[in-house]
Design a protein around this ligand. Structure first.
Ligand code: SF4
Ligand code: SF4
Length: 456
């Protein structure tokens, strides 16, 4: 697509990146077939190609964003399915990020909208605040139908629905008790585990299972004091400055360990956070004080499925079995381009794994999207839950806490993190949600552990 930015506009690094992205687009429209918002309603302005046109026009004219353009940008999930489909390699991710930051800086949203978005940005990235909000939400949940009647936007009722019904017993605290390192266990490496913000509050069992699994596999797991949200939640709200502040805070927390060397990986158990970590180098590319460290952190960022090897899981497996429908999170399959590895690991652990139809389509979670766009998100969530239910699973597995909570709203089957299943299959406790759904007999191990090379 031809662009007409002036030299002065192109001097802005974000505009230069957007111009490159737009110029790569050849209007072919392949991306429309896999864009969830286009698949739902068939509106070109809610397709990647349509949004590229709208963003191009807005940026080229240096125009104030109109309510109409903002609506179509807001409806984008940032699921990045379009980047998987696009044959021209359009960098839609950074284009829409730029558009969101541009809108945030130059568009005055109605007051209730501004207040609501500010509240989300204040609340969600902080474990303490979010934890208190969930407690209040649990008390208010019985009044959800009343709230739904009063709030026409549907946002407050959705927030109440998203308060998880399950909290794993014995793991209510975001703190994890580390296992003592096994003196004879192999040392595969040293892993910095991102604590993040929402995941340890919503489903602390994920992190507990991850620590058990990694230590059993021979990794030393460390947490850095002072780190927190990866920055993605506010970044996707267009709050670029706030998002970068979170990125810098995490880099400061890791600086000592990264500079002394010896860290083999920075692990994010939420693939949304992993996708953001892998972009740290790009995000701070123009900051001379942080660019080298950001690039190093991004190069070390790993998803759990990149760290764990199928052979090691096979050696440790204790003989559990279950029929698992695997939901590929967009931030993993499109954001990080990791396809196949999580399924292979689950199969190596002994599970029967089925992939649902339309596995490329987003479940509607997408950070704060299911709160800000509750109707579109609910349609996508229901559609995803139906496709997963057609697999007739004992449980659904995913690699992202947002997907687990969103799909859990619409699914009768328990939704678990891949780490919880791998931990169980290699000698950890059965996940509570699966225990309740399948009963004691079904989750009992069927063969003794073979723990060569590791420790339980
Ligand atoms: S990121 Fe997802 S919702 Fe947005 S344009 Fe691309 S495919 Fe559509
Ligand atoms: S698939 Fe790529 S090149 Fe084709 S219209 Fe979509 S973004 Fe443009």
């Amino acid at each position: 697509m031809k662009t007409e930015f002036t030299a002065e506009q192109l001097a802005d690094p974000a505009t230069a990146v957007s111009s490159q992205a737009i110029r790569k687009c050849v209007h072919c429209g392949f991306c429309t077939a896999t864009c969830p918002t286009y698949v739902l309603d068939g509106d070109e302005r809610d397709s990647p190609r349509g949004r590229i046109y709208l963003i191009k026009d807005m940026l080229e004219r240096d125009a104030a964003p109109t309510a109409d353009v903002v609506r179509h940008i807001d409806r984008c999930l940032s699921c990045l399915a379009c980047t998987t489909t696009c044959p021209s390699g359009v960098d839609y991710r950074h284009l829409v990020d730029h558009a969101r930051a541009y809108v945030e800086a130059r568009y005055r949203r109605p007051l209730p909208e501004r207040v609501f978005r500010t509240l989300l940005a204040w609340l969600l990235p902080h474990r303490g605040r979010f934890s208190w909000a969930l407690r209040l939400g649990a008390l208010a949940r019985p009044f959800a139908p009343l709230v739904a009647g009063l709030d026409r936007s549907g946002r407050l009722a959705t927030m109440l629905e998203l308060v998880p019904r399950r909290r794993s017993h014995g793991e209510r605290s975001p703190r994890v008790r580390m296992q003592a390192p096994h003196p004879d266990g192999p040392r595969r490496g040293r892993v910095l585990l991102l604590q993040g913000c929402a995941e340890p509050v919503l489903l602390p069992s994920i992190r507990a299972a991850t620590v058990r699994l990694l230590e059993r596999l021979g990794y030393a797991v460390e947490f850095a004091a002072g780190e927190g949200c990866c920055g993605a939640l506010v970044h996707h709200l267009g709050r670029e400055h706030d998002g970068l502040a979170y990125v810098r805070r995490n880099l400061d927390a890791w600086r000592g360990r990264l500079e002394e060397g010896g860290v083999d990986a920075i692990l994010a158990t939420a693939s949304g956070c992993g996708s953001q970590l892998k972009d740290y180098g790009f995000l701070l590319r123009n900051d001379p004080d942080y660019a080298p460290l950001a690039a190093r952190a991004a190069a070390l960022a790993r998803d759990l499925s990149e760290l764990v090897e199928g052979e090691a899981v096979q050696r440790l497996k204790v003989g559990v079995s279950a029929r698992i429908a695997y939901h590929a999170a967009c931030s993993l399959q499109h954001g990080q381009k990791i396809v196949g590895r999580p399924r292979a690991l689950l199969e190596a652990a002994g599970f029967t794994v089925i992939e649902p139809a339309e596995s490329h389509l987003c479940c509607g979670s997408a950070g704060t999207y299911n709160i800000l766009q509750p109707r579109i998100a609910a349609r996508l969530g229901r559609r995803k839950a139906e496709r997963l239910a057609a697999c007739q699973p004992d449980a659904i597995a995913t690699g992202n806490v947002g997907c687990a909570v969103q799909i859990g709203r619409f699914s009768g089957a328990p939704v678990l993190h891949v780490a919880e299943l791998l931990d169980w299959a290699t000698g950890g406790p059965p996940p509570d949600a699966l225990h309740s759904a399948m009963g004691d007999g079904a989750v009992a191990t069927t063969a003794p552990a073979s723990v060569g090379g590791g420790h339980a």
